[in-house]
Design a protein around this ligand. Structure first.
Ligand code: CO
Length: 259
């Protein structure tokens, strides 16, 4: 029998306590593939350099890890992306994997969290199950990352799936793309909301959640909402901390396809 590796790849986070979200999904994947040796890689070089500087721990980029696995004579590498959308970071991972196609007997990759419609429906159902019951004057606003990549369209589908599950006043905005915060604010206003729950729609509750979402500076979402008169409650829990999210990644990893 050949040697098998499970390689779990996320963007990474430089916030140590936020890493528990990544660790939880990794633990679920390790449990699902007990005959594979486990390895971690981060697609963000910036995050990896910061961790090395501050914690003295070196987390490899996918290509660096693949080089090591080839040198260690692995026959099969099963790679699972922990990215949320099929955006830039996922494409970066695919490109690195493609250059190692001939180095392993089997090289497989599992899709990011939001791939087909069933994933969106599963994610939104799981989040609704964890959410407090909203009173008429309450709303829930998720902060996605957002991107210039065309995969940014995914965020609008997430919100649409909340509506499909008959959840009104559950909105999705992004830090770097569309829908933006102003659009969310306009809708909160139209629905006469007074209290807003804020949570990240990201794998980890890291830098964006701590600063852009819940930070005390004037331009954080919490501050913007409070200055508009809303009462704000923040829920700093990364998606990876929900077992149901890990289950989606495990299913994607089981269905992993040849690179
Ligand atoms: Co960012």
């Amino acid at each position: 029998m050949g040697k098998k590796a499970l390689m779990v790849v996320s963007f990474g986070t430089s916030v140590p306590q936020a890493r528990r979200a990544i660790e939880q999904v990794e633990a679920q994947l390790r449990a699902a593939f007990p005959d594979h040796d486990f390895y971690r890689a981060f697609t963000s070089g910036m995050v990896a350099r910061k961790i090395e500087r501050e914690e003295g721990v070196r987390i490899p980029a996918p290509a660096e890890l693949l080089e090591q696995l080839a040198a260690d004579d692995y026959d099969e590498v099963r790679c699972q992306s922990l990215h949320i959308i099929f955006g830039q970071e996922y494409e970066k991972l695919l490109a690195q994997l493609a250059s190692f196609r001939d180095r392993f007997a089997r090289l497989l990759v599992g899709q990011p969290l939001l791939w087909d419609t069933a994933d969106y429906l599963r994610l939104t159902r799981a989040l609704l199950a964890e959410m407090p019951r909203l009173a008429e004057d309450e709303a829930f606003l998720f902060m996605g990352h957002g991107t210039e990549h065309p995969a940014n369209a995914a965020y609008a589908l997430v919100e649409n799936c909340f509506r499909y599950h008959r959840a009104e006043r559950v909105y999705v905005g992004t830090v770097e793309g569309f829908p933006h915060l102003d659009y969310a604010l306009a809708r909160l206003d139209a629905h006469e909301v007074t209290r807003v729950h804020l949570a990240p729609l990201m794998l980890v509750a890291g830098d964006h959640a701590i600063n852009d979402l819940a930070g005390d500076q004037d331009d954080s979402w919490k501050s913007r909402l409070e200055s508009e008169g809303y009462t704000v409650e923040t829920h700093l829990r990364g998606l990876g901390e929900f077992a149901a999210v890990g289950d989606i990644f495990v299913d994607h990893c089981r269905a992993a396809q040849a690179v």
